[in-house]
Design a protein around this ligand. Structure first.
Ligand SMILES: [Zn+2]
Length: 255
């Protein structure tokens, strides 16, 4: 007997695994839908002359604080692709009077234990994390997850937004994007990957771009997301759905 599990397996990959490796399996699939988590996309344009510099990252911190500010002291996680970005943003956010800490692969086990304890005690408002975050801490009351730049793929975005609203109360999951930054980053990743990985990496990037632009086009982000993972959108519980499904048009986070 073999037990295999995955938090965000795509339907095509599930089919492949069943056909190739399993005989007459019992498949248990839970929904990826989280109706209490509002999905948002926010475009950000950096101030002129700051593009590509670490000052630019610091300028994003104002936009991040504006997004998170509606929660006034409640816990939020901001995800970054690189530790240097998480550290720079953490310093900038701290300078705005917000209790922030960086949580990256550069942290020692002791650092992480201290951060875990501080989070449980309510001593931290914003965790600036890379995807190294995920070391067994299960906090129910994260009210907002922000993604600095597009995620590498929809599965990683699902994993990151899965940190929000585990207590079932209203929460938000926001991607903050800038096309120039994101396309440059994708090109950098493609240049550094093997030929075999390039195609899937590019496909994944196009998928997250489609997700983002469905939001900018007024289409339901939640519908896109659940259908991407092979489900249908449940009817009648769209009160906290996404920016496209309420009366607020999306706002440019550059203010
Ligand atoms: Zn929606």
């Amino acid at each position: 007997m073999v037990l295999t599990k995955d938090a965000t397996l795509l339907p095509k990959d599930e089919k492949l695994i069943i056909e190739e490796f399993l005989h007459n399996p019992c498949v248990v699939r839970m929904s990826v839908d989280r109706p209490n988590v509002r999905l948002e996309i926010s475009h950000y344009s950096p101030p002129s002359g700051l593009e590509g510099s670490m000052d630019w990252v610091e300028s994003w911190s104002e936009a991040i604080k504006r997004i998170i500010g509606t929660f006034n002291g409640q816990l939020a996680i901001v995800y970054f692709s690189y530790a240097r970005e998480a550290n720079a943003a953490c310093s900038a956010i701290s300078s705005l009077g917000v209790k922030a800490v960086a949580f990256t692969g550069e942290c020692s086990s002791l650092d992480k234990n201290h951060i875990h304890a501080a989070m449980r005690n309510g001593e931290i408002e914003i965790l600036c994390a890379t995807t190294a975050y995920g070391c067994g801490l299960n906090l129910p009351d994260v009210r907002c997850v922000v993604r600095f730049g597009l995620p590498k793929n929809m599965s990683s975005w699902m994993q990151e937004q899965g940190r929000a609203g585990r207590d079932g109360k209203p929460a938000r999951a926001v991607i903050l994007l800038n096309e120039k930054y994101d396309i440059n980053r994708c090109v950098f990743w493609l240049d550094g990957s093997s030929d075999g990985d390039k195609k899937s990496m590019l496909t994944n990037f196009v998928d997250v771009l489609k997700y983002a632009y469905s939001g900018f086009s007024g289409l339901c982000l939640r519908k896109f997301q659940v259908e991407y993972f092979g489900e249908s959108l449940p009817q009648g519980d769209a009160q906290n759905c996404c920016q496209s499904c309420d009366d607020q048009s999306f706002q440019d986070a550059s203010g």
